[in-house]
Design a protein around this ligand. Structure first.
Ligand code: GLC
Length: 400
């Protein structure tokens, strides 16, 4: 009988952690593992899970818990509200999880789900194994305290990069020996198959102009402002260059809303006018979008835990300029398969963009190496195989 894994994901938007989960489920051996999913709210991830025939339920997170964010000063009232709503929520989720038994393993895919799954693993009988998939650096404050307290429940923590693994070990030293690194993987076939000219035509973009683009959710730390400021400098030197900003406000947590509007007015203030286009969220068209770019920019202002958009661009053959911090340093070898600039440095980014746009050979060389590295290191098959051998190891310690 296949072992039953319950995937717990706090969000149902298609951010990096969710797309990583989709890749894993796409390649998972269903003869050995039967996936089920529970999401913190309804959203596009449900459609993806349906497409993959993964049974999925929504176990709605209470509003205040959903909004709680490490990137925002949560007011005392908001914190009290979240604390107040938590016990009822946990009891409800336990009742729901009981109906899904037998559950052999809980795979928690985000900080809020780590806590939720720790509670489930502590209170369900028989006890499911607990795996925390860390897609982010550990939070500070009360969420950090709670995580540290719950950490003894986790049978294993998978970090999406060495950088994230080290941060977790530094924050919660008792995890020593229970943290493994598995880099993300993607469906290479999809990303390598984009049609750039078709994308430009469909979106009425400039058919010929050199196009520099940035892809990512519009979160405050993703650095879209830096990209816009760099765009201004690039335009001053090369007025024919054009820019694309792909992504939208997606997260529900406080401090994450209204970015699109803010960035559009910043672009207007910088006088970028017709030289930039905001596409909003793209889903099925992502491969085409990367293929349309002469250069892909990553500009996170805090260390990026991993950087899905970087490996996607690499697989698509778009040369990448990325912000040198966090997991990015495990993906990009500067001057070989991409280019690095200091995080938060718009002038440095502009310089890098200008240098790369001026040198077709360099861009071609980087892109060729990037494609090769992506297929060797970041395929969803390699990723799923690593994850599955971790599942195998974990479940071999328990009785069927
Ligand atoms: C999170 C991280 C991002 C990473 C993704 C997948 O979204 O912020 O860096 O690529 O998870 O692991």
């Amino acid at each position: 009988m296949p072992r039953r894994i319950l995937y717990l994901n706090p969000s149902a938007h298609l951010g990096g952690a969710e797309r990583s989960l989709v890749s894993l489920l796409e390649a998972l051996d269903r003869n050995q593992y039967q996936p089920l999913a529970a999401l913190g709210h309804p959203g596009l991830l449900q459609n993806e899970l349906q497409r993959l025939k993964v049974p999925c339920e929504v176990w709605p997170f209470p509003d205040a818990v959903l909004r709680y964010s490490r990137f925002h000063r949560n007011s005392i009232r908001a914190r009290a509200q979240a604390g107040w709503q938590l016990p009822g929520f946990l009891l409800r989720t336990r009742a729901l999880a009981r109906k899904l038994r037998p559950l052999h393993l809980l795979h928690a895919n985000g900080i809020k789900s780590h806590l939720q799954a720790a509670w489930l693993s502590a209170t369900l009988a028989p006890r499911p194994l607990l795996l925390w998939h860390a897609h982010d650096f550990p939070p500070a404050g009360e969420a950090g305290w709670l995580l540290a307290a719950a950490a003894r429940r986790a049978d294993l923590v998978i970090a999406n990069s060495q950088a994230v693994a080290q941060a977790w070990l530094a924050r919660i030293p008792s995890l020593a020996g229970r943290v493994e690194v598995v880099h993300n993987g993607i469906n290479l076939r999809i990303f390598a198959g984009g049609n750039g000219p078709a994308f430009r035509a469909r979106h009425r973009l400039w058919p010929q102009a050199p196009l520099v683009g940035m892809v990512g959710i519009l979160a405050p730390w993703k650095g879209q402002e830096i990209f816009l400021q760099a765009a201004r400098r690039v335009l001053d030197a090369r007025p024919e260059v054009r820019f694309l900003l792909v992504g939208d406000d997606v997260y529900d947590t406080s401090g994450h809303g209204g970015r699109r509007q803010m960035l559009e007015s910043l672009a207007a203030d910088l006088g970028l006018g017709e030289a930039i286009r905001f596409t909003g969220f793209l889903d099925a068209e992502m491969a085409d979008a990367y293929a349309a770019l002469d250069l892909a920019v990553h500009a996170s202002t805090r260390p990026e835990p991993f950087g899905m958009v970087i490996i996607e661009a690499m697989a698509a053959g778009a040369p990448v300029v990325a912000a040198a911090a966090g997991g990015v340093l495990e993906i990009i070898r500067p001057g070989e398969n991409g280019w690095l600039t200091p995080p938060g440095d718009a002038a440095g980014l502009a310089q890098a963009i200008l240098k790369l746009l001026a040198d077709d050979n360099l861009r071609m060389r980087l892109s060729r190496q990037a494609r090769a590295d992506a297929s060797r290191n970041f395929s969803m098959d390699v990723y799923a195989a690593k994850m599955q051998s971790i599942y195998d190891k974990l479940v071999s310690g328990i009785q069927a």
